[in-house]
Design a protein around this ligand. Structure first.
Ligand SMILES: Nc1nc2c(c(=O)[nH]1)N[C@H]1C(S)=C(S)[C@@H](COP(=O)(O)O)O[C@H]1N2
Ligand SMILES: [Mo]
Length: 496
C-alpha cells in the first residue's frame, strides 16, 4: 500500500489550488462580459435563469442597444484582470487551463500507477449508505471513522471521487462545448450539453460546485484538526514538524496572493504586452483547432432564433445612409491586394457568382448565441475570381462603421477584421447577402457581411466595403489582426 500523503499528492494538490484560482477569477471576467445564463440557444433578452447585473436590455427596448452594452465592469478583486477586459480574461483562462489539465493528467496517472486509486475510487455500492452514515455522524458533532487501512472516511472518499472523476472531466467537457470550432464541426457534441447556453450554465454550476466543495473541504480540515491535517498536506506527513509545515504552507498561500496581485496589476497596466505574452501560449492551441475543424452545421428552420442580438452599431455616416436609401444600388465591393485580377462588384454581380445558404449558430465572444439562416456567396468563389498570389496569407475585411463615433470608451477607427487564408476556403465561409430569407437588415450588416461558422462572432465583419489579400497583418491598424484585437485585446485566433 502506498503512503497516505506521498510527495506527488502534496505537489499536485498545491498546483491544483494555484491554477484553479486563476480559472475562477478569469472565468468571472468572461462571465462579466455577458452576465446572464440561459438554458436555450436563442437566449432572448429577459429570459435568462440567472442575471448578475442590474441592467436590463429588453428585446422591445426603444433605445437601440448593442450586446456590448450588456457587458459589466467587475472588480479585479473577483475577476482577472477585471474592468471589462474580456480578451485578457480569456487569455488567462486558456493559459491556465492547459496547466490545470496537465496537473490533473499527471495526478490521475500517478493515482493509477501507484495504486492510490484504492483510496479514491469506490468499488462497492456500500459507499453510498456508508457516506450517509458518515454525514449523520458529522451532524452529531463527531468524527466518523476512517475506512480501515485507508486515509479517508466514506463520505470524504466519495466526495473526492466525484470531484476528481466526475466534476473535473465534466468541467473540461462543458468548456469545450463552448468553442465555436468544436461545436461547429461536431454539432452533436454541443447538443450533449443543451447547446452553448446549456454548456455555459453547466460550466457555471460546476464552478459553484467546486467553490462549495472547497468551502466544505477547508471546514473539514479545520474540524478534523487543523495542525495535523495542515502538516499532512504540506509535508506529506501528519507527524511532521508543525512549525515547518505552518511556515511553508503560509509562504505558499502568500505567494499565491502576491502572484495574483502582480498579474492583475500587470494585466491592467500593460494590456498589449499581456495580450502578446499570453497569446504565445494560447494562440497556437487555438490555431490548431481553427485549422483542423470546418463547420458541419445545418440546423432546422424551426431552430431559427426569434431574436438575434446585434453587436456593433451601424455606420452613422451620410455615405452609408445614402447607400441604404438607394437600396445599395451604388454599393461596390472592392477586392484587391495581392491578387491577379482585382474586382469591383455590385450586389447584383456578387449574387451572380452563385449563392449558398446555411442555418448556423452565431457564437459571440461575450457568450450569447442565436441561430439564423444566411445566404450568400462562398468566399472561395471570390478567390477563384481574383486569383490571390502565393504570398497572400491573410484576408482583410474593411467595414464602413467608424467605431469611435458609435462605441466610444476611448476606442477609435473603422472596424476591420482579418482571417488566415485557409479559413476563407472553408465550405461555410460566405459573404452573406441575406438573413432568414430577406436581404440583410442594416443592423446585421447590409449589404454584405462575413459568415465564418467555426469562429467567434467578432470575426464576421458587417458592412464590408473592401477585401484585401495580404502577406502580413502587422501593418494594418495597430497590427493585432483586427479592430477588436487592436482595441479590446481579443485574441486574433477565434476558434475557442
Ligand atoms: N463592421 C462591424 N462588424 C462586426 C462588428 C462591428 O462592431 N462592426 N461586431 C462583431 C461582433 S463582436 C459580433 S458578435 C457580430 C454580431 O453580429 P450581429 O450584429 O449581426 O448579431 O458582428 C461582428 N461584426
Ligand atoms: Mo461579439
Amino acid at each position: 500500500m502506498p503512503s497516505f500523503f506521498p510527495m506527488w499528492v502534496v505537489i499536485t494538490h498545491f498546483l491544483n489550488l494555484f491554477f484553479m484560482l486563476f480559472l475562477f477569477r478569469s472565468g468571472f471576467e468572461v462571465l462579466s462580459a455577458f452576465p446572464k445564463l440561459y438554458w436555450h440557444e436563442d437566449c432572448p433578452p429577459g429570459r435568462e435563469w440567472l442575471r448578475l447585473s442590474k441592467t436590463m436590455h429588453g428585446a422591445d427596448s426603444r433605445k437601440p442597444w448593442s450586446s456590448l452594452d450588456e457587458e459589466e465592469s467587475w472588480s479585479p478583486l473577483v475577476a482577472l484582470p477585471g474592468r471589462k477586459n474580456l480578451g485578457l480574461g480569456r487569455h488567462w483562462h486558456f493559459m491556465s487551463i492547459q496547466f490545470w489539465i496537465l496537473t490533473g493528467a499527471v495526478y490521475v496517472v500517478m493515482v493509477f500507477v501507484t495504486g492510490y486509486w484504492h483510496y479514491l475510487v469506490p468499488t462497492h455500492w456500500s459507499i453510498i449508505p456508508d457516506s450517509i452514515r458518515s454525514i449523520g455522524v458529522y451532524l452529531q458533532f463527531e468524527l466518523p471513522a476512517k475506512i480501515p487501512g485507508q486515509p479517508f472516511e466514506p463520505a470524504q472518499k466519495l466526495a473526492y471521487f466525484i470531484v476528481i472523476f466526475v466534476m473535473a472531466p465534466l468541467q473540461i467537457a462543458s468548456g469545450a462545448a463552448m468553442s465555436p470550432s468544436v461545436i461547429g464541426r461536431f454539432p452533436w457534441y454541443g447538443r450533449l450539453f443543451g447547446g452553448r447556453q446549456g454548456a455555459r450554465s453547466v460550466h457555471f454550476l460546476l464552478m459553484c460546485a467546486f467553490a462549495a466543495f472547497t468551502v466544505v473541504h477547508v471546514a473539514m480540515v479545520i474540524i478534523h484538526g487543523l495542525p495535523k491535517e495542515f502538516t499532512a498536506i504540506v509535508l506529506g506527513d501528519p507527524g511532521g514538524n508543525r512549525r515547518l509545515a505552518l511556515g511553508i504552507g503560509l509562504a505558499g498561500l502568500f505567494a499565491i496572493l502576491i502572484v495574483h496581485v502582480v498579474i492583475s496589476w500587470f494585466s491592467l497596466r500593460y494590456r498589449r504586452r499581456t495580450q502578446r505574452l499570453l497569446g504565445l501560449m494560447v494562440d497556437p492551441f487555438e490555431g490548431v483547432l481553427s485549422r483542423a475543424f470546418t463547420s458541419r452545421q445545418q440546423f432546422d428552420r424551426a431552430d431559427i432564433s426569434p431574436y438575434f442580438r446585434v453587436n456593433g452599431y451601424p455606420p452613422p455616416g451620410e455615405d452609408y445612409q445614402q447607400l441604404a436609401e438607394n437600396n445599395f444600388r451604388d454599393y461596390r465591393l472592392s477586392v484587391g491586394g495581392l491578387v491577379e485580377h482585382p474586382v469591383n462588384l455590385s450586389v447584383e454581380q456578387l449574387r451572380a457568382l452563385g449563392e449558398q445558404s446555411q442555418i448556423t449558430r452565431h457564437n459571440c465572444i461575450q457568450g450569447w448565441t442565436a441561430v439564423a439562416e444566411w445566404a450568400g456567396v462562398p468566399l472561395q468563389r471570390i478567390i477563384d475570381e481574383v486569383q490571390p498570389s502565393p504570398q497572400a496569407r491573410h484576408v482583410v475585411f474593411y467595414a464602413m462603421d467608424d467605431k469611435g463615433l458609435t462605441e466610444g470608451e476611448g476606442r477609435y477607427g473603422f472596424f476591420y477584421g482579418t482571417i488566415p487564408i485557409h479559413l476563407a476556403s472553408n465550405p461555410q465561409t460566405i459573404l452573406a447577402l441575406e438573413m432568414n430569407g430577406a436581404p440583410l437588415p442594416v443592423e446585421h450588416g447590409a449589404p454584405v457581411r462575413v459568415r465564418l461558422e467555426t469562429q467567434l462572432g467578432f470575426k464576421m465583419v458587417k458592412w464590408v466595403t473592401g477585401i484585401e489579400f495580404v502577406a502580413d497583418v502587422t501593418d494594418i491598424g495597430q497590427g493585432m489582426g483586427g479592430w477588436r484585437e487592436d482595441q479590446q485585446f481579443y485574441a486574433n485566433a477565434a476558434g475557442i
